[in-house]
Design a protein around this ligand. Structure first.
Ligand SMILES: *[C@@H]1O[C@H](CO)[C@@H](O)[C@H](O)[C@H]1NC(C)=O
Ligand SMILES: *[C@@H]1O[C@H](CO)[C@@H](O)[C@H](O)[C@H]1NC(C)=O
Length: 192
């Protein structure tokens, strides 16, 4: 009798666990933070992109990305918002947000993660807190350094162009003189 009762309890627990499993777990967001620039240079725009990917089975609501890493010590004030808000991110979809910041100092900088808040489902009592990926350490090249390197490349290209000129000019001269010769010949033959 007692054993039967225990079995009933066990069965009831199993059913409730399974039942809960079947219910939607709600939204689950993965947030990637990427720095898109090839060159990171003092006083030049740096483009940072946030990709929010909902791998859950229902829409994420009230999604908010907050990034406190661009402090005024290291970055010029940005036009537009660094934070972003999406009312709704449906399951299996992505939304992106892009910001442009401008570093004011050369040197190493650690790109850290942004904070993400969202509601996993309509009736979720609390907001879910998540962190984006971290791009990590980067180095902002001094503008002067970058400028010097860039303009020396321009000089390199100019030198290259000058050096290749003879190799283009000589065949051209040969072709031109043979063309003249040919024209002379054909003119002479016409006279006859
Ligand atoms: C969403 O983003 C993830 C990771 O960034 C990517 O693997 C996936 O293909 C994207 N899905 C869509 C529908 O764009
Ligand atoms: C960058 O910042 C993160 C988070 O604060 C930290 O875990 C990591 O060690 C830092 N990286 C370096 C190279 O300092």
């Amino acid at each position: 009798m007692k054993l039967q009762f225990l079995w009933c309890v066990a069965a009831a627990v199993l059913v409730s666990v399974c039942g809960e499993k079947e219910e939607s777990e709600g939204a689950r967001l993965l947030v990637a933070k990427h720095v898109l620039n090839k060159y990171l240079v003092e006083d030049m725009d740096v483009v940072v992109k946030y990709t929010v990917h909902n791998i859950g089975d229902s829409a994420a609501l009230e999604v908010e990305i907050t990034d406190k890493s661009f402090d005024s010590d290291n970055f010029a004030p940005v036009s537009g918002e660094i934070s972003a808000r999406f009312d709704r991110v449906p399951p299996k979809t992505n939304v992106t947000h892009t910001v442009v910041v401008r570093p004011t100092k050369p040197g190493y900088f650690n790109f850290t993660s942004a904070e993400v808040l969202y509601r996993k489902k309509e009736d979720a009592p609390r907001l879910q807190v998540a962190a984006s990926s971290e791009p990590g350490m980067a180095y902002f090249t001094a503008y002067k350094e970058y400028d010097k390197r860039f303009s020396s490349h321009v000089i390199d290209w100019a030198a290259f162009a000058v050096m290749t000129l003879p190799s283009l000019a000589i065949p051209f001269a040969l072709w031109f003189s043979s063309k003249r010769k040919y024209e002379k010949l054909s003119k002479n033959s016409k006279k006859h």
